[in-house]
Design a protein around this ligand. Sequence first.
Ligand SMILES: [Zn+2]
Length: 394
Amino acid sequence: MTADPLAIARDLLRCRSVTPDEGGALGYLEGVLRAAGFAVQRMTFREPGADDVENLYARIGDTTPNLVFAGHTDVVPPGDEKAWTHPPFAGTVAGSQLYGRGAVDMKGGIACAVAAVLDHLAANGGKPQKDGKGSISFLITGDEEGIAVNGTPKLLKWAAEHGEKFDHCILGEPSNQEELGDTIKIGRRGSLNGHLIVTGRQGHVAYPQRADNPIRGLVTLVAALQAEPLDAGSAQFSASHLEFTSLDVGNKTVNLIPGEARARFNIRFNDCHTLESLKSLVEQRAAKAAGDLAAGGQIKFAFKWEPSNAGVFLTQPGPFTELVVNAVKDVTGRKPELSTTGGTSDARFITAFCPVVEFGLVGQTMHATDERVPITDLRALTTIYRKIVDRYFG
Ligand SMILES: [Zn+2]
């Protein structure tokens, strides 16, 4: 008997698991995995000021290597449900597509991983390897699309405290851009938000000699921070980029020189930097620009950095990425690009525990009305995952 990824995906899509609600999705997975012989643990994480979130860890086998599939069953809200061609939580198959919130991000991906693993186990006497060695795990959170404090970071901490070790991880986020097989993500840029605050001296516009206009200083510093690239990129990453997102004075009066001016910005950064080295680079450049102007006035400025848990990460290309690339190539005929583009993902947390690559469905309809997945993609991704697991335990 072969496991059917379409049936598993439909069952998952019928669970209304909008963050932070479990919606029955983890309960369903628990049932499927237990029936296949997995030891399944469910844990609820709590944090003052945040919603309680349920998570799941399942493992079969008790020796190394432990290959872990990671993912999330929570989904973003559907928006206006009447705008959908098929209801977002019905799991409707229409034509060649399966519709529903989470079809590609990422209940569909989880369904493919579960189906592939069940088939692999069935072919190997119910164990990862015929000799009984090896382990396969599922690390599934219910808090990826929200603020993510009660999700993967705590799940990883829980696993470490319980002696769980991972050797390699596949995160089934929708990594492909246009077609299944075009992109594997092997890293992600970091993300850092900052505020630049320039203070001057408030005064009457008709007597500027008695005031010190902070807008002048802000414009100088904003220009200086955009004048020079942060780096030239690295082997696996494009150049880091600083983008200003807002300039604010909040002055409602026409005859007042304001006392303070602010700018907000975001930096997407590569592996030339750490969060700390990046902050000091930006602060040094601002200090230099402020100093250059100091002869004519004085720019008093300060940076305020928002806390960030989005550091940069990279899984170096090697035997594990090759194994994934070859499986993708064998099934789709495409040679996937090893990419580090796009936003952040939970892989940034997993990378501290084991090498992680992201490969899943095609992301085109993720978070959109009428999110859907071609059934052929569900079958092809299942075959890819199956090849990865077969060869991993080869
Ligand atoms: Zn996702």
